[in-house]
Design a protein around this ligand. Structure first.
Ligand SMILES: [Zn+2]
Length: 258
């Protein structure tokens, strides 16, 4: 099946762009320029990258020390587990700088009386949106390791890393941001009032930055089962981890009598 009617060349260096179905912003693998396919021209957003500090060998050491630390893991995890797969991916994110103002009316019932409350609050955010659809990456809890951030340069990509183009463009990232912040403000307001009568949130996008950040996706086997571990490729920190259950013996076993 032909997905693309015409081949698109990089606006800067002329190299053919490799486009996979569903992708919206394509970064040229030769010169690092980015193209918004919907607009068909050079991408104008600021594009940054966080280089990876952990190569294949270094991440293996980091996985080993992760398995050895923390007392909620089986004590033999490092010894008895096997890394089945480890892949470094440079994931696309939009960092959307917004100012959001909510005007609301609600009723406070928790005091035993019905008190009407009216008010307004404003907040600024650097809201993160992951540029891939159907991903279960924990974007909200992921802290972008901004310390190592640099202007995007193709030479800062690791050779063995997999580069992922964004499936969203900044317009869609802005729409998702607006939606998520509206929900977030409803959630914030729920600690102020017990019933929200009305809430009107204006989301004003100040600017949007496009960023690629390194993340290690690891699969390991322990006791015949496979577990997933996601680690920050810049800091080596755990982003998300599946941990095998502790064995029912030892200290906890004695305490709980199992
Ligand atoms: Zn190019």
């Amino acid at each position: 099946m032909v997905e693309i009617a015409e081949e698109i060349g990089c606006p800067d260096c002329g190299a053919p762009l490799k486009i996979k179905p569903g992708e919206a912003i394509i970064t040229c693998e030769y010169c690092g320029s980015s193209v918004n396919l919907a607009v068909g021209k050079k991408y104008f957003l600021k594009h940054s990258i966080i280089p990876a500090s952990y190569d294949n060998q270094a991440i293996m050491g980091e996985i080993d020390s992760w398995m050895k630390k923390g007392f909620l893991k089986p004590s033999d995890l490092a010894r008895r587990s096997k890394v089945l797969d480890a892949e470094l991916r440079f994931l696309p994110f939009f960092i959307v700088n917004v100012m959001a103002t909510s005007k609301y009316e609600g009723v406070l019932t928790r005091t035993g009386q019905n008190l009407t409350k009216k008010g307004e609050f404003s907040k600024t955010y650097y809201w993160k949106i992951m540029g891939r659809r159907g991903s279960h990456f924990p974007t909200r809890s992921y802290e972008v390791p901004a310390a190592g951030k640099a202007d995007f340069n193709i030479t800062l990509l690791s050779k063995d890393g997999k580069f992922l183009n964004s499936e969203l463009d900044e317009r869609e990232a802005g729409e998702i941001t607006t939606q998520e912040i509206k929900e977030h403000h409803k959630f914030l307001l729920s600690s102020e009032v017990d019933h929200i009568t009305s809430i009107d949130t204006q989301v004003d996008i100040k600017n949007t930055e496009f960023l690629h950040a390194p993340v290690w996706f690891i699969k390991y086997e322990y006791g015949g089962k496979t577990y997933e571990l996601i680690m920050d490729g810049a800091t080596g920190d755990e982003i998300k981890a599946e941990i095998p259950p502790m064995k029912k013996k030892g200290m906890f076993g004695k305490i709980f009598g199992t």
